[in-house]
Design a protein. Structure first.
Length: 308
């Protein structure tokens, strides 16, 4: 999310408000700003920077660090990142303006190219506003189409790359079965076990990664499928075990017929369904952050580019 300080800056300066950041132009340069803990980070995408210009910019920032309220700064891969501190008081609109006025003056003095050059090919061409990995950059049409093609290519390669799904699946199954043991033990005492579903889900994912299953689009489905299966298995085994223990206590021989008889007795299917249903829901809720993690990881394996 974007905090009020940056939101206000975006409104006053016609910058764009994104999901967790703002971006826009200031004195001929593109900036992206976002909140961090006790800091506001401003990133300027500089298409062309020579070593000499880099030294001059860094030394100027070192000199004016205190006066501008700068915490840390760096200039790597043509990205000038400067973090304004807000330990005791928030960074005011005035402080943001002071910094941006100062840095854009320095950049102009050093003749560092801005929005008139393409961030990718470094040529002096007409550029458009392009988000490259969530950082606003000036990019020419040619480079933009090439970047889009390269990403499609990378995505295709990622999809066709061997994910080791079959072995990962077996690993998830083994993990899920191990994770089902607490369910079986607790349940055979007749206690409610639905909440133990999350253990099954986590163990299934652990098994998947231990067997070197790689993260891909099918991974969440494999884990979810194995989890549901193991919850059902755990409930079936623990139910059978419970009947077996009770039957032997009362001297009744245990048989499949007896199991079926009890399974279909009035009220029993409903009770089992409730336990299983809650178990599955809790298992899936328990592993849902992992799903999000997997999707994010898949997403971040390829660069992102978007015209705004
Ligand atoms: Zn270009």
């Amino acid at each position: 999310m974007v905090f009020p300080g940056l939101k206000k800056w975006a409104e006053n300066n016609s910058w764009t408000v994104g999901k967790d950041r703002i971006y826009g132009e200031y004195n001929g340069y593109y900036f992206t700003a976002f909140d961090e803990q006790n800091l506001k980070c401003f990133v300027a995408a500089l298409p062309v920077v020579t070593d000499e210009q880099k030294r001059a910019i860094l030394s100027d920032l070192e000199t004016h660090k205190k006066e501008l309220g700068i915490g840390e700064f760096s200039l790597e891969n043509s990205l000038l990142s400067v973090r304004l501190k807000e330990v005791l008081s928030p960074v005011t609109q005035e402080k943001m303006r002071n910094y941006l006025d100062h840095i854009t003056t320095v950049l102009k003095e050093q003749k560092v190219s801005g929005t008139g050059h393409c961030f990718n090919c470094e040529q002096e061409v007409s550029t458009e506003k392009v988000l490259l990995n969530d950082i606003l950059t000036p990019m020419c049409d040619d480079c933009y189409s090439k970047a889009v093609d390269a990403i499609l290519q990378a995505e295709r390669e990622l999809e066709t790359e061997d994910k080791n799904y079959p072995i990962g699946f077996l690993g998830a199954l083994a993990g899920g079965i191990v994770g089902a043991i607490p369910w079986i033990i607790v349940s055979s005492f007749g206690w409610f076990v639905g909440w133990l579903g999350f253990l099954i889900g986590k163990a299934a994912l652990k098994g998947y990664t231990l067997c070197k299953g790689r993260l891909g689009k099918a991974t969440p489905w494999i884990i979810a499928g194995v989890t549901v299966f193991c919850v059902l298995l755990a409930e079936f085994v623990s139910f059978s075990l419970m009947i077996y223990i009770q039957a032997s206590q009362e001297g009744i021989p245990f048989s499949l017929d007896l199991l079926l008889l009890i399974l279909t007795a009035e009220g029993v299917p409903g009770e089992i369904l409730l336990n299983v249903g809650i178990g599955i829901v809790i298992a899936l809720v328990g592993i849902s952050p992992l799903f999000k993690g997997i999707n994010q990881e898949v997403k971040y394996m390829v660069p992102r580019v978007e015209k705004i």
